[in-house]
Design a protein around this ligand. Sequence first.
Ligand code: SIN
Length: 288
Amino acid sequence: MSAASASTPIQVEPISGALGAEVSGIDLGHPLPGQSVAAIRAALLEHAVLFFRDQTLTPEAQIALARHFGELDVHPIVEGLPEHPEIVRVRKPAGESASFGTGWHTDNTFFEAPSLGTILYGLAIPPYGGDTLFASMTRAYDALSDGMKEMLDGLVAVHSAARAYDPAVTGEAKYRGDAPIRYRHSDAIGKEVRHPVVRTHPETGRKGLFVNPMFTLRIDGLHGAESDALLGFLQSHATRPELTCRFRWRPNSLAFWDNRCVQHYAMDDYHEFERVMLRVTISGDRPF
Ligand code: SIN
């Protein structure tokens, strides 16, 4: 049991050796006392992704929960709920392939200030499949050789939304409103931003890799082939099974992950079933 549970009634049980813990003894559907917020924050910093079962949250309660940890993003490309633009409904109907989050990534690294964290709430969950995988970028950094760490420290990578959101790649259906998730045309799609390849977590002070295959286009100062090879190596290293955990959803489960030190991957293995999630992201800082 972690330090987070020592002074409060919540229980925090790790689910893997790398990252991730299941938290119980707390009702997230009502305003939280400061002590509970502090306990959740401490557990998040220790485990990088937290899982809560059997939570009953209205959209307003999900927003209130997230606001305990910061301001909320309004996604520049993915349309939110009309009454709550901060909430994105991630819906995959039965009989279709999942197309949101199905690849390793860290949320919104194409922002100048990428999201601090994400809170995802499960409404309709397939009887099997549709798990979410998480990988620890701090453990990935720690597991590199000193020589590789030295080479990476100081490198800068270019991130962009184009690979994930360019209508030429995704097709126009989402932009026309003919798909369960609606996208809007935005200047954010063509913009490039630069972040360090290794970032220091602003709260724990730990270093972690900060590149991902969905949004990182290249590393500055390297030839294309060198950049591709290095990014490819870092990704396969960072997602070794020992550095990951996997969450099996149930209706009313909620996951809260720290985008400053985690990548995640939404499995597309439940074609015949519907899956509906509500997602909010908490605004973050410029990585350093
Ligand atoms: C996401 O990538 O934010 C969604 C993850 C999921 O649906 O499991």
